[in-house]
Design a protein around this ligand. Structure first.
Ligand code: ZN
Length: 132
C-alpha cells in the first residue's frame, strides 16, 4: 500500500484518539489491517519517491494548518513499518519483520487501475475527515 495512504489513515486515527501513545498503537494497527486489504503496490523506486513527496506534503499541510502533533504520531506509526520494505529493496535482501510483510498475516493485492483508484479515493476521504 502507498506511503500516502498509510499516512492519512494514521493521521486520522491520531486526530480522532488525541493521545500520542494510542495514536502510535492504532497507527501501527492501521498499517496491519490496510496491508491486508486488496491494494496496488508500485514496483519502481521513482513512484515511491513521488509518493513520499506527496505524503510528506500532505502531512506538512495537515500539521501546519492544525498544529495537532498527535496526528504526526499516528502518521509516523502508520508509515514506519514500510521502512523495512525500502531497506529490503535497496539492499536487495529480504529483511522483513512486520506481520503483513512476512506473510504471517495475508497481504492483499489488487491490480491497477482499481488498486490505485481505491487508494486515491481513500486518501481524499481521509483528507475530508482530517479537515473537520
Ligand atoms: Zn506495509
Amino acid at each position: 500500500m502507498y506511503f500516502s495512504t498509510h499516512l492519512v489513515a494514521g493521521a486520522a486515527v491520531g486526530k480522532i484518539v488525541g493521545s500520542p501513545s494510542l495514536a502510535v498503537l492504532l497507527g501501527l494497527g492501521t498499517h496491519l489491517v490496510m496491508d491486508m486489504l486488496p491494494h496496488h503496490d508500485y514496483k519502481h523506486i521513482i513512484n515511491g519517491i513521488i509518493d513520499f513527496i506527496v505524503g510528506f506534503s500532505i502531512l506538512s499541510y495537515l500539521y501546519w494548518t492544525s498544529g495537532n502533533i498527535v496526528l504526526l504520531f499516528g502518521a509516523i506509526a502508520a508509515t514506519i513499518p514500510d521502512v523495512e520494505v525500502v531497506i529490503s529493496r535497496f539492499r536487495n535482501k529480504r529483511i522483513k519483520y512486520f506481520p503483513s510483510h512476512t506473510g504471517f498475516v495475508p497481504h492483499g493485492r489488487a491490480i491497477s487501475p482499481w488498486g490505485i483508484y481505491t487508494q486515491i479515493i481513500f486518501i481524499i476521504l481521509m483528507l475530508v475527515v482530517l479537515s473537520h
